[in-house]
Design a protein around this ligand. Structure first.
Ligand code: ADP
Ligand code: ZN
Length: 747
């Protein structure tokens, strides 16, 4: 059977799939799947065909006659569809297949079909119409109205809309169809995930000189028709979005297409809104919360050239455009641009590959670029544009770092420093708003017995469990696998009753806020409060409307939000990200603090930021305090050089996973051996020996890492591939598996 009217992938995309599988060592199948919307993967299915009509005559309305009718009318329905719509047909179908009336055909079908809707139109000329109206009896008033309505419309209208407007029904329509006065047709329609919003179009703003310079540089690059990468390094509020919008408009005018990547759509509603307002129907939006059908439709709109612009998260970089001019990655340093499942691609690298294919330009935008990106700019491989000032000349907010040890010494045992408490009070009095940031959900990090030191841990992951409280019920949950149990009343080890929770989570802060500021309304945003489909948007719009004075959340509130009345941002604890066992911990902390600080004072009202910490001297915190990216970069890049970390070396991590600790270890050690043998004596390669992964045990399975550092992937890709492929099979034979993460962003 012919599945598609056209090849789903263009030659460019087929090449891209080949490159993905080479670069990230995944199968070609996995690479191709990454390029297609989920609904396009074909599924095996069964169709039913009538071989001979059953000899009996069935009464109209009986199951038998209904099934027959359906089989004749909709021969393309699958057996699964028929049975799911009418469970009562199941035994009947089985019996008829056994008796040989029906035959089962095995075939394939796309998981998703284009959506069709009934449309109505009239083929009559105006002379015909007069005759037709005369011919309809006087009593057929409704039919005459319906016919005239369709005639006046002069085009096909959606049947359900026609019924809604004219009050007609199928009964009204039927005689008109029978006489041929009206034609009914099934046509493909797109599922519009946004409803029909015809918002007023926004006009391009006159650019500031700095913006103009950035715009011209990008435009020149796009027009040059040579592949290029540009780093747009602009502080928060410097007006990068307007530059993006105008650069894209110029690219589209040249009949080339553009992709705009954002870290996560749900967290950047304002960006999407601005694109919709500027470009209307010209832009498709792709994100994870679309239904399979909606994704498929958006994908087809792109593939068929109905839109020229795509806004989306990571995977939108695969948008099937055939003449790309510009790809922009906003907040390019964000971790969400690395896919954590096969193929484990980095959006930035994919963009650069596609740029070479299409002779296009890549723009990497950020206030705090990834160290690598900034280093390439330093090396002259990437062109750097700076936007050091905010558009309306607003000052960057003043950042105060509070040493929590001093607070404790002066007798303040609360989780809020006095300065923060006072700051919140002032905002409440002035009717302004506050954002509080804490990179940890739940109530506390861990639960500890004060008598014996027992810490409650997940029995499968060995990670300390997190205390949660909902409707008075106290529970412990694992944030990695979701395991949950009730808070024990006594210590399971020493049977004492001094079990306490320590640390601070979002829920805990919320409870404390209720005590300290009983008059304030608080909106909490974390994984637990945003699981519903539109939860993000709803909470944010409630805050925007001023229904609450305090927005409290995890890193999901650090991105791209712009609230005029927010004049204070508080960071409850800066260390949450500082002590992760990750070579990027300092970079992440700097980025996070700078970004959070950027949420304050973006409009007329000046902003203030208060950071609470037990490590005020740490360089990441000190440089973030003055928002000095360049100094941070200088400092950090030296560390990276000394430790042979990116950007000087690239890291590839192998993880061996098995329920049996010895088996997991065996595979990792063997892999390490093979790598050492084939890469022996090379000074551009470093092999870090087998060690327990940072999450050493997850969901009941042991995990060991082998990490390889090298200067150029090309020089090691063959030995890596060999070692990986030969041991993958062995790992599976032992009941486990081996994964590889090329250019790992985190270890
Ligand atoms: P960034 O993305 O760099 O953090 P934004 O794009 O959010 O900054 O811009 C900050 C604010 O400045 C926004 O409210 C935006 O509407 C406004 N803005 C941007 N460019 C201009 C301009 N040329 N004239 C007036 N206002 C502008
Ligand atoms: Zn767990």
């Amino acid at each position: 059977e012919v599945l598609d009217d056209e090849p789903p992938l263009t030659p460019d995309l087929v090449k891209l799939a080949g490159w993905l599988s080479e670069r990230y060592l995944c199968t070609k199948a996995a690479a191709v799947q990454a390029l297609l919307p989920s609904g396009m993967r074909a599924k095996a299915t069964t169709f039913l065909r009538i071989k001979t009509d059953p000899p009996d005559v069935y009464l109209p309305g009986s199951w038998e006659s209904e099934l027959l009718q359906e089989l004749y009318q909709s021969p393309n329905k699958t057996k699964e569809q028929l049975v799911s719509e009418h469970t009562e047909w199941r035994p009947l179908i089985r019996a008829w297949v056994e008796k040989g009336f029906l035959e089962e055909l095995h075939g394939v079908k796309h998981g998703i079909q284009a959506k069709t809707m009934a449309f109505l139109f009239t083929p009559l000329t105006s002379a015909d119409l007069q005759t037709a109206l005369d011919e309809l009896s006087n009593r057929a008033k409704k039919q005459k109205e319906l016919l005239s309505y369709l005639f006046d419309a002069g085009e096909a209208l959606m049947m359900k809309d026609v019924f809604a407007v004219t009050g007609a029904s199928s009964a009204t329509l039927k005689p008109l169809l029978d006489k041929g006065y009206v034609v009914k047709e099934e046509r493909e329609v797109n599922r519009d995930p946004y409803g029909i919003q015809h918002a007023e179009k926004s006009q391009p703003l006159p650019l500031t000189p700095t913006q103009e310079n950035a715009y011209q540089t990008i435009k020149t690059a796009v027009d040059s028709g040579a592949p290029q990468t540009i780093l747009l390094q602009g502080v928060t509020g410097s007006g990068k979005t307007e530059v993006y919008l105008q650069a894209i408009a110029s690219c589209v005018e040249q009949d080339r297409q553009a992709i705009m990547l954002v870290p996560e759509i749900a967290l950047t509603p304002q960006m999407v809104e601005q694109f919709k307002k500027r470009f209307g129907d010209e832009v498709a939006v792709l994100h994870s919360r679309l239904s399979t059908g909606e994704k498929y439709d958006e994908w087809r709109r792109i593939r068929h050239g109905e839109v020229n612009i795509v806004v989306g998260a990571r995977s939108a970089i695969f948008a099937p455009f055939d003449s790309l001019g510009l790809m922009i990655i906003d907040e390019e340093h964000e971790t969400s641009y690395k896919q954590d499942d096969h193929p484990k691609y980095l959006a930035r690298e994919v963009a650069m590959y596609r740029a070479r294919q299409h002779r296009a330009t890549v723009v990497l935008g950020s206030a705090t670029p990834a160290l690598e990106t900034r280093w390439w700019a330093h090396q002259g491989i990437v062109q750097r544009i700076e936007m050091p000032e905010r558009v309306r000349g607003q000052k960057l907010p003043k950042v105060r770092v509070i040493d929590m040890r001093d607070e404790l010494q002066s007798g303040n045992r609360s989780m809020f420093a006095n300065a923060l408490k006072q700051g919140i009070e002032e905002r409440l009095e002035r009717g302004e708003q506050v954002i509080l940031f804490l990179n940890r959900r739940g109530f506390a990090t861990f639960v500890l017995c004060r008598s014996c030191g027992y810490v409650a841990r997940c029995r499968d992951c060995e990670i300390p469990l997190t205390y949660h409280k909902a409707r008075g019920l106290e529970s412990l949950r694992c944030h990695y696998c979701g395991f949950a149990e009730r808070l024990p009343e006594t210590c399971p080890d020493c049977k004492g009753d001094h079990v306490r929770h320590f640390g601070t989570g979002t829920q805990r802060v919320e409870e404390e806020l209720g005590k300290v500021f009983p008059e304030a309304k608080v909106i909490r945003m974390d994984v637990d409060t945003t699981s519903g489909k539109d939860a993000h948007a709803t909470l944010l719009s409630r805050f925007r409307k001023g229904e609450a004075q305090i927005l409290l959340g995890t890193q999901m509130i650090a991105k791209g939000l712009d609230f005029p009345k927010v004049t204070l941002v508080g960071v409850i604890s800066a260390e949450t990200s500082l002590y992760l066992p990750d070579f990027r911990a300092a970079e992440r902390t700097f980025q996070l603090l700078t970004q959070v600080a950027g949420r304050a004072g973006r409009h007329e009202l000046p902003g203030e930021v208060i950071v609470q910490t037990y490590n005020p001297q740490h360089y990441a915190i000190q440089f973030a305090k003055h928002q000095e990216y360049e100094k941070f970069f200088d400092h950090e890049v030296r560390h990276r050089y000394t430790l042979n970390n990116p950007p000087f070396f690239e890291l590839t991590a192998f993880t061996s996973v098995n329920e049996d600790e010895m088996k997991a270890l065996h595979i990792a050690r063997t892999l390490e051996d093979r790598l050492r043998r084939s890469l022996d004596g090379r000074d551009d390669v470093i092999i870090l020996g087998t060690s327990p992964a940072p999450l050493a045990r997850l969901q009941g399975k042991y995990r060991f890492n082998v990490v390889l550092k090298y200067k150029k992937f090309k020089g090691v890709s063959a030995p890596i591939r060999e070692a990986y492929q030969s041991l993958q099979g062995e790992a599976q034979k032992l009941g486990g598996y081996l994964t590889i993460d090329v250019n790992a962003q985190m270890i």
